[in-house]
Design a protein around this ligand. Structure first.
Ligand code: ADP
Ligand code: G3P
Length: 512
């Protein structure tokens, strides 16, 4: 990937994602110089449970950083800073003296804390969590996952109370290890990641002692909350210390907020949607904390150093790209993710079938943990090709529901949607999305907006770029899709989709 015309210096970014970790080196124009990537194991111990081995992830992170640097054929002096972006909410607890995780990390999709959340809702009330943290009480977020670990790993509560255990989302885990680990690593997180824990007060931007107490998480184990773009420490210790010691670790952003930044959505109302394992639409709401009445999350967009916090509204969809993986790996109906498009194009429409992939319940705008997946409208006529269409349409309809909620909450009409992520290479999906939204869909030249956003924030922190205006100049359109569907068809299909969604609800009861 090395571009012979690209001259240094450079910024590197690590994206610790749900399915893989990657490192990308960027030049000053925001162009990719090199990429290295490695997948990690997805561990499914029980239905609804998803875990990652945090030690495997840290090993992979070190390998991909070394790999990207080697591919770019550069040295430590060419890299001015490194930024971090990460799958959000995934929670790991580890021993501060040995650096050993006490259990596998519990992944954001994991539903094991549903019962705990219901109990907290009954005892403390939903409203208080929404008001202080911007989030509904749901198994998606990190705080209840930490509580589950404290309750279920023998002796852990006592060790945590004695101050021997550290909590982290994946940004925290990676930064602590990068900056020295048990030998003085920095235990920090940024405001965007902290805003996904159910433990941070959105108004003070600090841990909320009372909420932490009600969830049952001792604040002594929580990292210091910092901005998204500042120097947290330097690479130190281990193999990476030898190779890249001294490079400032200068940004941390949850991956969806990083994509917002990488898409240069710096103005209030600008919106992006990222299509990966799940899909996440995020709107910049400037200095306004907008309370959602339509099932969206109120969250932090980013905070650059000492500058004011920028807030955001988010619509999170748990299952989109992972439904394509499911068709491939569990059903064997396709052999590669890209084949879903070929199969779907072999028929004109969905043949009357609608697929609502409520595998982890339904996230936005419903937040129903009692929902489970449904394929509705089946007849003898339906083939696997119709199902392939229904799979792609599921992603597009879920986006439409979020877009409607955003317009209701913010009063801003969606005039165009900036997209990125692995699924955006699917042209049929992008056209369907534009049809269902009745709005243009645009994809930038650098589709790796997540890493780019982390690189931009790190570059701003060390003065590699001076301002967000420098960054805007790097955004270039690569592709655009415009609506082709007539309003009558769209409305009819949307009604059918909503009927199918209703059929997912109430499948899980308290006993199950
Ligand atoms: N051509 C395609 N059509 C539909 N889905 C795709 C296609 N290519 C990749 N995907 C899906 O996109 C996801 C990978 O995208 P990526 O942005 O790398 O995800 P993540 O960052 O969540 O790991 C996978 O779930 C895969 O099934
Ligand atoms: O790693 P991704 O791209 O699947 O993103 C996961 C999200 O951050 C979960 O909130």
């Amino acid at each position: 990937m090395t571009d012979a015309h690209t001259a240094g210096p450079f910024i590197a970014a690590i994206d610790q994602g749900t399915t893989s970790s990657r490192c990308i080196v960027f030049d000053r124009d925001g162009r990719i110089v090199s990429v290295d990537q490695k997948e990690h194991e997805q561990i499914f111990p029980k239905p609804g449970w998803v875990e990652h081995d945090a030690t495997e992830i840290w090993t992979n992170v070190q390998e991909v950083v070394a790999g990207a640097v080697a591919k770019a054929n550069i040295t430590r002096d060419d890299i001015k800073a490194i930024g971090i972006t990460n799958q959000r909410e995934t929670t790991v607890l580890w021993d501060r003296h040995t650096g050993e995780p006490v259990h596998n990390a519990i992944v954001w999709q994991d539903t094991r804390t549903d019962g705990l959340c219901r109990e907290l809702g009954r005892n403390v009330g939903q409203d208080r969590f929404r008001r202080e943290t911007g989030l509904p009480l749901a198994s998606y977020f990190a705080g209840p996952k930490a509580r589950w670990l404290l309750d279920n790993v023998e002796g852990l509560k006592e060790r945590a109370e004695a101050g021997d255990i550290l909590f982290g989302t994946m940004d925290t885990w990676v930064i602590w290890n990068l900056t020295g680990g048990a030998d003085g690593g920095h235990h920090v997180t940024d405001v965007t990641n902290a805003s996904r824990t159910l433990l941070m007060n959105l108004h003070t931007m600090q841990w909320d002692e009372r909420i932490a107490e009600s969830i049952g998480v001792p604040t002594a184990m929580l990292p210091e909350i910092r901005s998204s773009a500042e120097v947290y420490g330097e690479i130190r210790g281990g193999k990476l210390g030898e190779l890249l010691g001294g490079i400032p670790v200068a940004s941390a952003l949850g991956d969806q907020q990083a994509a917002l930044f990488g898409q240069t959505c710096f103005a209030e109302g600008e919106t992006k949607s990222t299509y990966g394992t799940g899909t996440f639409m995020v709107m910049n709401t400037g200095d306004k904390i907008i309370n959602s009445y339509s099932g969206l999350l109120t969250t932090v967009g980013y905070k650059i150093g000492e500058q004011d916090t920028v807030y955001a509204l988010e619509g999170s969809i748990a299952v989109t790209g992972s439904l394509v993986q499911w068709m491939r790996d569990q059903m064997g109906l396709i052999s590669t993710a890209a084949e879903i498009e070929t199969l779907a194009l072999s028929v004109e429409d969905n043949g009357g079938a609608y697929f609502v992939p409520a595998f982890s319940g339904l996230f936005a705008p419903y937040w129903r943990s009692d929902a489970r997946g449904v394929i509705a409208g089946l007849t003898r006529y339906v083939t696997k090709a119709h199902l392939a269409r229904a799979v792609l349409e599921a992603t597009a309809w879920q986006t439409r529901e979020i877009a409607d909620a955003m317009t209701k909450d913010s009063g801003v009409e969606l005039t165009a949607l900036k997209v990125d992520g692995g699924m955006t290479s699917n042209n049929l999906l992008m056209q369907t999305l534009s049809d269902f939204l009745d709005a243009p869909v645009v994809r930038p030249m650098v589709a790796e907006t997540t890493c780019l956003g982390a690189a931009y924030a790190a570059g701003l922190a060390v003065g590699f770029w001076n301002s967000t205006d420098d960054l805007r100049a790097n955004w270039r359109r690569a592709a655009e899709w415009t609506p082709r569907m007539d309003a009558e068809t769209r409305d009819r299909e949307y009604k059918n989709w909503l009927k199918a969604v209703e059929r997912t609800m109430g499948w899980i009861d308290d006993e199950s």
